[in-house]
Design a protein around this ligand. Sequence first.
Ligand code: PEP
Ligand code: MG
Length: 847
Amino acid sequence: MQKYEPFIEFSEITPSAKITTADHGWKAKCLQRLIRMDLPVPATVALPARTVRLIASGQSIDSKAILSHFGPDSLVSVRPSPAGPDWGGPATILNIGLNAARHTALCQSHGRAAADALYTRFVQSYAIHVARLDPDMFEDVSPGPEALREVLRLYEYETDEPFPEDPARQLSEVLRSMARAWEGTSARLLRQAKGAPEEAGLGLVVQRMAQGIGQGISGSGVIQFVDSVTGCARITGRYLGQSQGRDALAAREALYLTRDQRGPSLEDTAPAILQDLIGMGASCRIRLREEMQIEFTIEDGVLAVLDAVKVARSVRAGLHIAVALAEDGVISPRDAVLRVEPRALSELLHHQVDPRGPRDVIASGIAASPGAATGRLMFSPEAAQASAARGEPCILVRRETAPEDIRGMHSAVGVLTERGGMTSHAAVIARGLGLPAVVGASDMRINPREKRLTSRDGRIFSEGDLITLDGSRGEALAGQAETLPPALDDSFRQLLAWADDFRDIGVRANADTPADAANARRFEAEGIGLCRTEHMFFEEDRFTVMREMIFADTPADRASALSRLLPMQRADFSELFDIMQGLPVCIRLFDPPLHEFLPATREGLRELAEALGKPLSEVTRRAEALREVNPMLGMRGVRLGVVLPEIYDMQAQAIFEAVIDAAARGTPVVPEVMIPLVSARREVELVKTRIDALAATLRSRSKAAFDYRLGVMVETPRACLRAGEIAQHAAFLSFGTNDLTQMTYGLSRDDAGRFMNTYVQQGVFPEDPFHILDTDGVGELLLMGAERGRQTRADLRLSICGEHGGDPDSIAFCRRAGFDYVSCSPYRVPMARLAAAHLALKENPEI
Ligand code: PEP
Ligand code: MG
């Protein structure tokens, strides 16, 4: 390290120089590693961030001292070197030191055309990045012998002074402009968005130019050893003769690196140099513990390595690279797990709209369920079913969805709604089914009767028109967009297996149907944390029996309908138990208001009257009688269980009989039976008494021993407050944060989409609380419920099964609160497993 007057502090990068990422930045440190590996890096000097900061504040610079390191006639480049590799920085400037005298010398050594091209390029980049002239000024300068004279003239005309000839002055101005650019507001905001701390500094590296221009083989290029999209081993990159910097990437005529049918390659021209580069890539991978892209120059057949940067990569490639490095013992499984961002995983589970393709957006809303699908527009569940029957994929478009749309949703490849929020019906069901969904797309209008959709820019789309849904971005696109397939490969499974070794909170799946349960297994959930049994009644045959049960006038009629539902439910549970193979299954007793099973239209009522063999007037009257002003706060959940206890009796019997059958087939299971929407201890007592009695009867009747756990779903604020006494009758509490959020805010989960964007934009809510757990308010109720419950019962099992269960921040909250597990839709299970591992690893550097 040397100090000069005027003060300037810098270090030549040598194997033993004291270069640190914190002081000199990531690039400087990386270059030192390359130098330690004996790679042919041209002489380089690093300025630490504190010096760069002084330069920005006006400190004069002794650039002569820096240049003295490079020999009298050398040209140099300056590159930004922030501490984080992804924090960006000002543009690199090449060829500093070029002036009339050097130009003349270059004309002799390299020929006039090459000398002119280099000088012209330097003047332009100096003019734009240092003198801050408008880049458009140089648009009309055509390449050729006149170009150099023209850019020098423009420079002088605009700045009122000739282009600086003194290399030291050129370097000082470059350093100053880069230092100041880093302090600018937009640069600050940009890097903060990429995760840089507010006070992040910038190091700079000054390097002797290795000219890619010369008499023998000369040129420059970049090479990498893995594919940026897939992460698989493959040499890619470009090389361009008589060029500098990253020219090869932009040039049409660049060479391929390895032998290629499409054109000439570096392997043909300079096979030994390619071999050297491959060797260097292999050592970089091991020493830098990363897949690197190497920037190189060849000057008269001599190879120089100018830089190495982390290979730019897709999520899928990032995962593949991390696993391959750990499998080769280059990094530990712990590091591999930490290198993959949990939220990014969902991109790998579904088809994605190819980010490189064009996007013609016709509507935008909430990105309720990720993935991409293309299909024909259909405006009713019946049309969707018919389309599926014809083998034509379709997108179901509705104002909002209701239970009677479920069959249509099953038939569709994606769902688009005008209304709704993150936990509205359409969103919850679509996530469960793994269908891409965009909800609350209020910038479009639909007219289901005329089967038309009016896009946000006024275009009309009709039934049968092709659209693509991008559920990851919350957009509907016109036509068929290019998509990328899911990537559930061996690397994916390996990474999650490692994650499971580290995490310390359980992850289960919300699964209502055998298909969901199969997905839960596919994503290796540790069990089912919520089986919403009402979803089992939406198939045609059951729907009708269910409606008969609802329309029963007398207990005897109800009992008759229930006795027909019993075997169907038993078969449902048997199938679930078989799929889950002894893993825990938490079954929630019937929850929704009964009228959700009634038709919403006159036509539907007529069909129902026909099916039930009752007069339309009677069916209409009964449907009216069941209608409630606030159904979500009405006769649902445990209230149904108390008022019409036969429904829960039937479900409990079906569960226990399925358990007995499963044990007989060699798959013993201890089911968890969960009572929804509880707000008072007595509700639990009443249900528990009947279920315990029923279990006793079945045990003695079947002579089979079986066990079960009865628990409570905590989704009303009162249940949190009274968790202490509720826990007297519950083996577990599972927090249903969808309803709990709805009731804590007094905010309808089905209507929130209308104003949620405005609320978030105006800072009323930091985030959509149906999406990201409100740890302040709802979280306080959660903590209160957990603590009061555990005071009553130290071994009380605690979990969360609302949609928040899959969100990394919510998982962090639940983990801190001592919850046993989180449960989320199957497609979020991988993200939850990885997020939980990150939390444990970040808290315990030892593991
Ligand atoms: C909840 O309320 O959080 C929940 C999981 O139940 P549902 O979404 O079925 O109301
Ligand atoms: Mg609920």
